[in-house]
Design a protein around this ligand. Structure first.
Ligand SMILES: Nc1ncnc2c1ncn2[C@@H]1O[C@H](COP(=O)(O)OP(=O)(O)OP(=O)(O)O)[C@@H](O)[C@H]1O
Ligand SMILES: [Mg+2]
Length: 249
């Protein structure tokens, strides 16, 4: 069969946009113990991915790799097609444009709520009226606009986690990382804050990785659920329970 040669033309080539997050053959060891075992994973832009698995399976280690707090022993991590960790190269956490919230809130006790939430913006050089406007908008989103002058010690656990959430989203990062942010809260509060977070994350549309060992939380929040086991992604479920390849999230 004769296939005519391509003679050019003015149409630009169609290039698919790269995934927000891509891990290629990422491995890690603590001492000689393997903790991550050749993890391959891609997360398309705007996807909320839950990382679900038993204690010790490597969820937090994987999240720390994304955050830039740990460096992979081998393999490569890219954000939007840009390599952030590979070989000896590692883009530092503050240059990865991330927002993070963890189990222990990690608020600065000597700063007010307003100052805690302002910090990521100040790090990016935002000052003055725009700074105050963005801080109050983030506090408003998490229902804490009236608490801006308080110290973290003057807030409940749930309120402190809302502050941590406001601090994570205030600078409109390209990726949000959560490590069991609700696990310190009692059950009723965990359920209500989980629903609020699900609504907020969907409104924001930001790519997010959400570590949990609670499958109800994963189902309430995520578009896709990656099941981790012994340092590997065993499978990825769409939240409607259909199963897709572990290599394409
Ligand atoms: N700094 C460290 N030094 C040595 N071993 C570590 C270190 N951090 C984690 N580990 C080990 O690596 C494995 C994975 O730990 P990781 O914290 O990633 O688990 P996890 O899935 O987040 O568990 P959990 O649900 O309990 O938080 C565990 O066996 C843990 O003991
Ligand atoms: Mg953990």
């Amino acid at each position: 069969m004769n296939i005519p040669a391509f003679t050019g033309g003015n149409a630009p080539p169609r290039i698919a946009s790269p995934p927000a997050i891509a891990l290629h053959q990422v491995s890690h060891f603590f001492g000689s113990t393997p903790v991550l075992n050749h993890v391959n994973l891609t997360v398309p832009k705007g996807t909320i991915l839950a990382l679900l698995g038993p204690s010790g399976c490597g969820k937090s280690t994987l999240l720390k790799m994304l955050a830039g707090l740990l460096h992979p022993a081998s393999g490569q991590i890219s954000f939007d097609g840009e390599i952030v960790a590979s070989g000896t190269f590692s883009l530092p956490p503050e240059r990865r444009n991330l927002g993070m919230a963890f189990q222990d809130y990690a608020l600065w006790p000597h700063m007010s709520v307003r100052q805690n939430v302002a910090f990521p913006l100040q790090m990016r050089g935002v000052r003055g009226a725009l700074l105050q406007e963005k801080v109050m908008a983030a506090l408003d989103r998490v229902g804490l606009a009236d608490f801006a002058s308080r110290r973290p010690s003057e807030l409940s656990g749930g309120q402190q986690q809302r502050v941590a959430l406001a601090r994570a989203i205030v600078a409109e990062p390209r990726i949000l990382l959560f490590d069991e942010p609700l696990s310190n809260l009692d059950r009723d509060l965990r359920e209500s804050l989980c629903e609020e977070m699900a609504t907020l994350l969907r409104q924001l549309g930001t790519t997010a990785v959400y570590v949990t060992h609670d499958r109800h939380e994963a189902r309430a929040l995520a578009h896709k659920i990656a099941h981790m086991d012994q340092g590997a992604i065993a499978r990825i479920d769409l939240n409607d329970a259909s199963v897709v390849s572990p290599f394409v999230a």
